[in-house]
Ligand binder design. Structure first.
Ligand SMILES: Cc1ncc(COP(=O)(O)O)c(C=O)c1O
Length: 412
C-alpha cells in the first residue's frame, strides 16, 4: 500500500475505534477555569495539582529572570548553558528530597530515557510495573538492557523475576503514583526487595512530587524511604510545581554518571534560566504553603465521598487517594460520550482511551487541584449523576467489558 494510503487507513481505523485524538486550543492561563472558543469550562483534567502554574509569585520570578538573563540558556549544560539558576535549583531539589545530589533535565521523558541508557548495558535487566508511564517503557525499549514487566503492583511476580535473574545489574522501575490509575506503589517494600537482590529502584514520582508527604517531597518521603543508597527518584516540574522540566535525585555517583554520560542531558539545550527561576519559586511555595496541599487532600476526600454516595458511580471509581480519580467506563465510545456530555455542560474531563490505558479500561481521568472548591466538585458530581450520564453508563454496561488487566504496550 502506498505510504500515504497506509497513513490514511490508520487514521480511519483510529476514528472508527473512537480513538481519534484532537487538540483543544485554550485561550486562557491554566487554572480551574479554561477558555475555549470564548466559552469558559470548569477544568478537571490538568496536572497543575497545587494551582501554581499561574501563581503570581511564580510568574513574577520568571519575568524577573527574563529581564536579567534573557530568554534562552544559549547552549547545552556542558557547553555554556548551565547558569547559577540551574546550579541553585539542583541544590535546592537535593535538599528538599533529601538526596546527595540532583540533576535537572529538560523533560521527564528525557530524564527517564537517560537512566537505563546511562547506567545499564548489555547483559543487564530492567524490571518494571506493567502500568508504568510510557516514558519508562520506552526507556526500557531504547536501551541495551533486557526489559521485563511484572503485573501491576505484583510483588510476588517481581520477586520471582529477581530471583531467576542472571543479569549482572538489575534496575527496578515504578511510578510512585500511577498516572492513569492514581494508586501508589509500595515503595518501602520495593526498596527492601531491591536491596535483598542488590538491585537499584527508580521511582518516577511525576504525580507524587509536591502532592504527597508532609512537605510535598513525594511518595518516597511519605513512606519514609530515603532517596539514597539503592533508591533513585525522578520528579517532574511541569505538574504540581507548575513549571517545566524534571530532575533525577540520588547518590552522587549515579547523578555524576548522568551528567557525564546521559545523551538526553548532554545533547540538548539547557532549560532557559527564566523557567528555572519559576521552578525555584514554585518549590519554595510547595514547602512553605502547605495549606494548598491540605486543601487538595480535602477536595479529594470530598469528591470521593460524594461519588460513593451514588451506587453506580461508586462502583466505577478506582481506589485512589491521590488527585487522579479515574472513573472507568470500559468502552472507548462510552468514555468519549461521557466526556462529550460533560463538555456540553461546561466541564472539561478528558476521556482516556487505549492505547493510553488497557483495552476495555477507557475512563474519565478526573484530576482535582487545590484551587477547586466545594461548588466546583458538586457541579461535576451532579453531571456525573445526571440522567443522560446514567444512560451512557447503562449502555456501556450492556457491552461485555474486555479483560481489565492489560497487556499494554504504550501508555502515553
Ligand atoms: C508518570 C510520568 N512520568 C513521566 C512523565 C513525563 O514527564 P514530562 O511531561 O516532563 O516529559 C509523565 C507525564 O508527562 C508522567 O505522567
Amino acid at each position: 500500500m502506498p505510504w500515504r494510503d497506509e497513513l490514511l487507513f490508520q487514521h480511519a481505523q483510529r476514528k472508527n475505534d473512537s480513538q481519534w485524538r484532537q487538540r483543544v486550543t485554550i485561550e486562557s492561563p491554566q487554572g480551574t477555569r479554561l477558555v475555549v472558543d470564548g466559552r469558559t469550562y470548569l477544568n478537571f483534567c490538568s496536572n497543575d495539582y497545587l494551582g501554581l502554574a499561574n501563581h503570581p509569585h511564580v510568574a513574577n520570578a520568571s519575568v524577573a529572570a527574563i529581564k536579567t538573563r534573557g530568554t534562552s540558556s544559549g547552549a547545552s549544560h556542558l557547553v555554556c548553558g548551565h547558569s547559577d539558576e540551574h546550579h541553585l535549583l539542583e541544590m535546592e531539589i537535593a535538599k528538599f528530597v533529601g538526596a546527595e545530589k540532583a540533576v535537572v533535565f529538560s523533560t521527564g521523558y528525557m530524564a527517564n530515557l537517560a537512566i537505563p541508557q546511562t547506567l545499564l548495558g548489555r547483559g543487564d535487566l530492567i524490571l518494571q510495573d506493567r502500568l508504568n508511564h510510557a516514558s519508562l517503557i520506552d526507556a526500557g525499549r531504547y536501551c541495551e538492557a533486557k526489559m521485563k514487566r511484572y503485573p501491576h503492583l505484583d510483588q510476588n511476580a517481581l520477586e520471582k523475576l529477581l530471583t531467576e535473574s542472571q543479569a549482572r545489574r538489575t534496575l527496578v522501575e515504578t511510578d510512585g503514583v500511577f498516572s492513569m490509575d492514581g494508586d501508589i506503589a509500595p515503595v518501602h517494600a520495593l526498596r527492601e526487595q531491591c536491596k535483598n537482590h542488590e538491585a537499584v529502584l527508580l521511582v518516577d514520582d511525576a504525580h507524587g512530587f509536591g502532592v504527597l508527604g508532609k512537605s510535598g517531597a513525594g511518595t518516597l518521603s511519605a513512606n519514609n524511604v530515603a532517596v539514597s543508597g539503592n533508591v533513585l527518584m525522578m520528579g517532574t516540574l511541569g505538574k504540581a510545581a507548575g513549571s517545566f522540566g524534571a530532575f533525577i535525585a540520588g547518590d552522587e555517583v549515579y547523578i555524576e554518571s548522568l551528567v557525564q554520560f546521559a545523551r538526553t542531558y548532554i545533547y540538548t539545550t539547557a532549560l532557559p534560566p527564566s523557567v528555572i527561576a519559576a521552578t525555584r519559586t514554585a518549590i519554595e511555595l510547595i514547602q512553605t504553603e502547605s495549606d494548598r496541599r491540605k486543601h487538595l487532600h480535602r477536595n479529594i476526600k470530598q469528591f470521593r465521598e460524594r461519588i460513593q454516595g451514588h451506587a453506580e458511580l461508586g462502583k466505577r471509581i478506582l481506589n485512589s487517594t491521590t488527585p487522579i480519580q479515574p472513573l472507568v467506563f470500559g468502552s472507548s465510545l462510552a468514555a468519549f460520550k461521557a466526556s462529550q456530555l460533560l463538555w456540553e455542560q461546561g466541564i472539561w474531563v478528558s476521556a482516556i482511551r487505549p492505547p493510553t490505558v488497557p483495552k476495555g479500561g477507557a475512563r474519565l481521568r478526573i484530576t482535582l487541584t487545590a484551587d477547586h472548591d466545594s461548588e466546583d466538585i458538586q457541579q461535576l458530581v451532579d453531571v456525573l449523576n445526571s440522567d443522560p450520564m446514567k444512560r451512557i453508563i447503562a449502555e456501556s454496561n450492556q457491552k461485555k467489558l474486555e479483560a481489565t488487566e492489560p497487556d499494554r504496550e504504550v501508555n502515553p
